[in-house]
Design a protein around this ligand. Structure first.
Ligand SMILES: Cc1cc2nc3c(=O)[nH]c(=O)nc-3n(C[C@H](O)[C@H](O)[C@H](O)COP(=O)(O)O)c2cc1C
Length: 241
């Protein structure tokens, strides 16, 4: 426990801090609708300044961010986002888990063949108008991707960047903002690199959309601990208390 001056008051305030953190973790849901209120550069800076304390393998901090303000570049990002989003919707409508590393590729291909782009939603269509757009890149030279030599889809490299992405969302929440991490741009990584002048050894990790929320979700749908935790073995009893 952090020691603070102030006797009983200090202890109470520590408890409050812990409550607030748990509250934030439980209520930072995806926000895709924003008011017109702009977000000041100082606020964006402060959010990134807090998020930079995220962990990464070997503390290499391989994230790199580009704050995109130029309207033409924003439109370019929107245009590169939409095809991936259309694919996502087509696969969802076909009852598939879009882009799952372990999946039925034939069923995916069929879903894409049969799809007609429709009902993208206002967020995707108007992505270029989101108050804050931040592209998050990952420096492939410094990621500790310990699973890179396994004969399966690799996963661990992203774990050195996505905690940072999540920290941006939590820090934004603290500033009264909301947002959503998006990954559709990775479908068009070469074009994104070209649009933003990104060197080849950087991967596109996410596009973060932030702004003042029209409304904030408070009750998020998530599985209970018992549903994803077992004792001792994968097929062990569900963990509960
Ligand atoms: C790695 C990752 C990628 C995501 N990509 C997208 C995306 O491309 N577009 C989008 O609208 N939402 C995206 N999301 C947001 C998720 O859809 C959202 O976090 C999830 O559905 C939970 O929503 P909720 O917080 O409203 O319950 C992404 C979230 C994560 C963590």
């Amino acid at each position: 426990m952090v020691s603070r001056p102030g006797g009983v008051c200090g202890i109470v305030s520590i408890d409050n801090d812990r409550m607030e953190l748990a509250d934030a973790l439980r209520t930072t849901g995806a926000v895709r609708e924003f008011t017109d209120e702009p977000v000041e550069d100082r606020t964006i800076y402060e959010i990134l300044d807090t998020a930079r304390f995220a962990p990464s393998g070997g503390n290499r901090q391989g994230w790199r961010t580009i704050l995109v303000k130029d309207p033409q570049v924003r439109l370019g990002l929107r245009d590169l986002y939409l095809p991936g989003w259309d694919e996502y919707l087509a696969m969802t409508r076909a009852g598939l888990v879009p882009f799952a590393p372990v999946t039925d590729r034939e069923a995916e291909a069929e879903a894409l063949r049969a799809a007609t782009p429709r009902g993208r939603g206002a967020f995707a269509d108007n992505l270029h108008e989101v108050p804050v757009l931040i592209v998050v890149l990952a420096d492939l030279r410094v990621l500790a991707a310990t699973d890179r030599d396994l004969d399966r889809y690799t996963l661990v490299g992203g774990a050195s960047v996505y905690p940072f992405v999540w920290s941006v969302l939590l820090a934004a929440h603290e500033h009264g903002l909301g947002g959503v991490p998006t990954t559709m741009l990775t479908r068009a990584e070469p074009e994104v690199r070209e649009l933003l002048g990104v060197p080849d050894h950087y991967a596109v990790a996410a596009l973060l959309a932030l702004g003042h929320p029209v409304r904030r979700p408070t009750r998020l749908r998530r599985a209970a601990v018992e549903e994803f935790t077992t004792l001792d073995r994968f097929d062990g009893p569900n963990f509960t208390h």
